[in-house]
Design a protein around this ligand. Structure first.
Ligand code: GLN
Ligand code: ZN
Length: 759
């Protein structure tokens, strides 16, 4: 019996990864020091793998993103980046002015860079798998390179089509584009073949190719392509293990018939893979890499049950290898330092390091080790009691009726009332909520959290910040103001601090993209609000100005999707619990005279199940959860915000959320996203167009932003359009935000004048 693990978080126990990267960007350390730091991190994680499991992955530690690395491996570098000049170009592609588009990785909160395929050719450019393999080999450590597989790479890339411009391959993955797909995959797999050849030459005899795209709805002809790819790759004679995760593989039979040596299956995310193994069997001459330890949720596994499961699998498949269900980077590194968790929680938790140990214990138990068996016996107790229940909350949920999910009058009528109360100009300008979280702000918050300064001092400080930001927004002429969110570490964590039934960690950092980290809260019990959560700051901000200040809340679906959640209560119910807590807040804000309330739902999209057949169920409750918390008075204008670019397929559900205004990302995709709203017949809601990319430090010019707005005007009535950055500004610096917003407001004012003079 063997165990393997993969995708261990690269952040490091003390966020070393983040520090290295940011120090390098700031010019505090040299490139040499950056590489050295990375090598140390690589060696550290290797050691962890080594002490717990039987195979050590390499090629997992990327300087920014593994999809970007794969693009570089196969030479997919768009022309605008010029000749490749090492790290400089690398980070240009990742975060420069015309960086690659960034989007969410499957249904997770990790963001990857979308490769762009401009020319229909690939060539082996940077053989990172080989470099890493050789690095470890020199230190006498045998590793198994993990590489994103060619099918997944293509399916998630964008391709330049002469007439239509740059298109996502999942869109041209339609049957009429079959030929392009085939041609590309043929050329791409040639490059992969070269990679395998070079690895083999260096002494490597096993690689793991990750093909999570095979869990998406995959047509038969696409499976034909997959078959062709692996037929070619298997010709090299290097042993290949295929990995799929986040859901069940879309066609079990075709998957296990591919000509490779081992298949990883996620046995946690749903029951279908297991059902298929039971009903359809598993080839006796292939390895089953059984993803039994959950890589996405932080709960200790019920090892007693897992033991039984693996024993069953061993009777079906010839050889079983234990593994995690999906990469471990969705989890923090370790629970060890957490000493302020609610009573009884810590013993129920398992983060990445602990998951490695679970794999080891399970493996040892299966090998008959007494100590491991004893440990497993002990752990069973945790699953016997009900933890974190709150009868009051459950009662409120049972009492919900249809009208709790409906606003009093339809949007069209609400719009008229709101127009009169708010009296906003054409193209109202606003921001998404947060303003730069400066060093000073972060320091004060930490000091307060560590009880180094008093609550009074902290609150005074926050008030000063709010005052400054209100003055600034007034001075540049924004129409709808925000309070800046200085009191919030993170849009979800902030509410988690305030809500019952949700725990937060001190060191539980997870990367969401680049060097950006967040600490996902842990929903461990029934959720409720004990007192107002945002009222003080918002009403203070509103008291300083005559312009409307937006109340700023994080929506129930986002709080749920960006947190870990318990698995014994349906997600729908957890979402309604959070929604009710938020509704109480909405009512309080209204009472205090707040006229616009924004309920952010940036994670609405990523919660969407990977397979279409599961969509309806998800949207049923997700839409209802949003409607439940946004059941405001008719004159209260409800905004929502979503910052991603794939609306085409979900736009109907978005519409059902029944908000008054939505702000969206549009800048990285140069406004192409707005076409989704054109295709939707009868779109009548107001839209805030994200005219500049806040993920990049570059300062957008008036011209660039105007282009995006003009593109939107061609598609939607101008009366529906708002103007805003594409997300919150908290990661930016004031030096960047000031000129950027000034340009944005000026551009809008000029455009208004142009339009007025035309009529
Ligand atoms: N209101 C939040 C902010 O501005 C929204 C962030 C987000 O969408 N991720 O920071
Ligand atoms: Zn956003």
């Amino acid at each position: 019996m063997k165990a393997i693990a993969f995708g261990f978080p690269k952040i490091g126990e003390k966020r070393e990864f983040k520090k290295l990267l940011e120090d390098f960007w700031k010019g505090k350390i040299s490139e040499e020091e950056l590489h050295r730091g990375f090598r140390n991190l690589a060696l550290w994680r290797t050691q962890l793998y080594k002490t717990n499991v039987d195979m050590i992955p390499c090629n997992e530690l990327s300087y920014y993103d593994f999809m970007l690395d794969t693009a570089l491996m196969v030479g997919a570098i768009p022309e605008r980046f010029g000749t490749y000049k090492g790290m400089e170009t690398y980070f240009q592609m990742a975060r420069g002015k015309n960086a690659l588009e960034m989007t969410k990785w499957f249904n997770t909160n990790y963001h990857y860079l979308v490769p762009e395929i401009e020319k229909e050719e690939f060539y082996l450019f940077i053989n990172k798998p080989l470099n890493e393999y050789s690095f470890f080999k020199e230190g006498d450590i045998e590793t198994v390179p993990h590489i994103i597989g060619p099918f997944t790479f293509l399916r998630l890339s964008k391709v330049l089509k002469k007439k239509e411009g740059i298109l996502p391959l999942y869109e041209i993955g339609k049957i009429e584009n079959r030929e392009t797909f085939e041609r590309l995959s043929d050329k791409l797999s040639d490059v992969y073949l070269q990679v395998l050849k070079a690895l083999k030459k260096a002494g490597c005899h096993r690689v793991h190719l990750e093909e999570p795209a095979l869990v998406l709805d995959t047509e038969n002809w696409q499976w034909d392509i997959v078959e062709a790819i692996y037929k070619k790759l298997s010709s090299e004679g290097i042993s290949i293990g295929l990995f799929t995760y986040y859901d069940s593989v879309s066609d079990y039979e075709r998957y296990i018939s591919l000509p490779v040596q081992a298949f990883h299956l996620d046995l946690v995310s749903n029951k279908e893979n297991l059902k298929n193994i039971r009903e359809k069997g598993f080839p006796s001459d292939k390895g089953l890499i059984a993803g039994v330890i959950n890589g996405r949720q932080p709960w200790k596994a019920n090892l007693k049950e897992k033991l039984k499961l693996v024993e069953e699998l061993m009777n079906i498949a010839g050889s079983v290898i234990l593994s995690n269900s999906c990469p471990l980077y969705h989890l923090p590194v370790t629970v060890e330092p957490e000493d302020e968790l609610p009573e009884g929680l810590k013993e129920r938790l398992s983060f990445a390091k602990e998951k490695l140990k679970e794999l080891r214990v399970l493996r040892d138990a299966l090998r008959g080790c007494e100590e491991a068996l004893g440990e497993i016996k002990k752990s069973g107790k945790l699953y016997e009691d009900s933890f974190g229940e709150n009868p009051e909350v459950r009662k409120r949920i049972t009492a919900l009726r249809d009208e709790d999910f409906r606003r009093e009058i339809p949007y069209k009528e609400r719009q008229k009332i709101q127009k009169d109360t708010l009296n906003l100009p054409l193209f109202p300008t606003t921001t998404i909520g947060s303003f730069p979280q400066t060093e000073e702000v972060r320091k004060k918050r930490t000091a307060f959290r560590n009880k180094k300064i008093s609550q009074k001092e902290y609150k005074e400080f926050i008030r000063e910040q709010i005052k400054k930001v209100i003055n600034f927004q007034e001075s540049i002429g924004l129409d709808v103001l925000v309070h800046g969110e200085f009191e919030r570490t993170d849009m979800v964590e902030f509410f988690a601090f305030k809500m019952e039934g949700i725990a937060t960690t001190k060191h539980g950092w997870v990367l969401s993209y680049g060097s950006r980290v967040y600490r996902p809260p842990i929903i461990y019990g029934d959720v409720s609000r004990t007192e107002p959560m945002t009222l003080e700051e918002i009403t203070y901000a509103q008291s300083l100005t005559n312009k409307p200040v937006k109340g700023m809340l994080t929506g129930p679906v986002t709080i749920l999707n960006w947190s870990y959640y318990r698995e014994d209560v349906p997600k729908k119910e957890i979402a309604y619990q959070i929604a009710l807590a938020l509704l109480d807040e909405v009512k309080d804000l209204e009472k205090a005279g707040i006229k616009i309330i924004q309920i952010d739902e940036p994670a609405f999209r990523e919660g969407v199940p990977l397979k279409k057949r599961d969509w309806q169920e998800y949207f049923n409750w997700a839409v209802k959860a949003f409607r439940l918390c946004s059941r405001a008075k008719s004159e209260t204008q409800i905004h929502t915000h979503m910052c991603y670019s794939e609306f085409n397929e979900i736009i109907e559900y978005i519409y059902q959320m029944d908000f008054d205004v939505i702000s969206i990302e549009a800048s990285r995709s140069k406004g192409e996203i707005i076409e989704a709203f054109e295709r939707f017949k009868g779109w009548d809601r107001q839209i805030g167009i994200g005219v500049y990319d806040i993920h990049s430090p570059a300062i957008p010019t008036k011209e660039e932003m105007k282009l995006i707005l003009e593109r939107a005007m061609k598609i939607l009535p101008k009366e529906l359009l708002w103007v805003n950055p594409d997300c919150g500004l908290k990661t930016r610096k004031w030096e960047e935000v000031e000129p950027a917003l000034k340009n944005m407001v000026q551009m809008t004012q000029e455009l208004r004048e142009e339009i007025l003079s035309e009529v």
